[in-house]
Write a protein that binds this ligand. Sequence first.
Ligand code: SIN
Length: 541
Amino acid sequence: MNHHYLLQFDTSVLPLIDTDFLVIGSGSAGLRAAIQADHYGSVLLMTKSALKESNTRYAQGGIAVAMNVDDTIDSHVEDTLKAGVGICDPSAVQVMVEEGIERVGELIKWGAKFDKEGGTLGFAIEGAHQRRRVVHRGDATGIETTDVLVSHLQKQKRVKVVENAFAIDFITQDETCYGVIALVNDAVCWIRAKATILAAGGLGCVYQCTSNPEVATGDGFAAAWRAGCEMMDMEFVQFHPTTLFLDGAPHFLISEALRGEGGVLVNIRGEEFMGRYHELAELAPRDVVSRAILNEMQLTGFPCVYLDITHLLPDFIQSRFPTISHTCKHYGLDITKDLIPVRSGAHFMMGGVRTNLNAETNIKGLYACGEVACTGVHGANRLASNSLLECIVFGTRAAESAVIYTQSLDTNDMENVHVQTGNVHGTADSFDVESGKEKIRRLMWNGVGILRSEVELKTAHDILQDMAQPRCWSSITGFEFQNMLDVANLITEAAIIRKESRGAHYREDYPVRYDDHWKNHIVFCRDKQPRIVDECNRMRR
Ligand code: SIN
């Protein structure tokens, strides 16, 4: 894969902002990391948009946590491993499930008001869970989690938040990270940090249909790859089965919790179909439901299917799913009476920056957590509502590791950092960035989506390679285009290499699932050949 410098700069002349800890991204992983790091030094939390805008905010279902009386850690671990189809890292799953109990307890202590039933916490069920174990606040758990973390963050003494700040690239020297080059208020600067925590996940916007907000253009993944981070499991993109499919409306998420409460999928002919595809019917793993929906759309020649919850009591629907009710109403749909038109959309990236259990990457001083990281907890398919859990557990761990690292750091090294790039061969003046982004989204949706095959993947790959001309960007939209292109390339190359179907990666030309030969991971590192490795996180310095 080609690498093109994005910008000409020289760190010796750039305006400098110094901090002990730099956190990039304000989703739950970044917020939780910043809260943890605050006890140990100055923290700068930078975010591309507003503080509360992130993939976390749009999470509806909830947080899976083994806190219900009839639940156990073993059962949650078992469901997570099963969903990940043989390639989760069991030790990472164990950490997430065990420590998640304390982290969720902490959120409640800090003020999270999760729904109760009969005076105690209420638990919902979602796809591929054996038990009811998802704590939630109606269908707006992401908003509740964000609000609680932000208000706790604002009580911390040493955290400075910088909104509308775009991290362009990491500053690295001798495989060590010293912060980022960033665009803050239209000015390029170097935010120099003793330790940098990357928590800028989300790349749904490289696909035409996505549940993700506009900010999710894969910036964190792309910058990490350009910095020389190992990137793992990039072929595993999860498509959520049900996003709203209505003229003029965004692909708004229609939570799996509706199916958990008894919602039924029907095709345009009014036929229930999930029982024909999986024994768990509506609660089958997400990849199975997404493919079933696609198949029904093809069989009936209709561009969507419907979710029917009209048999549930209207009062229950409105109190349990206020956000979905309200949003659908806004677009003229009364979900207590009308069927909801749905189809799948890109939702979550299982792969990302390869880390160990302490959120360390292969670059010293750079930690990754949340969706941008690949800890091995999700394997080939994430279990519903495990993502916020991962964020708060590994966000905390990332900060703890960063603290230990800074305590032994020789700060003279920081003074001697000098990075300069000037290897730019062209400019972007005449390039239509918006059409370029749209081209990537269409290409990825049609060629690297729910169903994949060698021919289509290779065609997509060739087109992406053609688009990768050296260009020098100066605007955020240009940087985003470059980032989308870089992650689209990584996803496509990984999808070409994995010649089997597993979890969210379905190859029509290799439909036999779970080839033991492929019980491993594809790792990319810039300027090196892709490698196939057995272990999720074995890098140790
Ligand atoms: C949903 O509410 O269906 C999404 C939750 C998740 O992605 O875990």
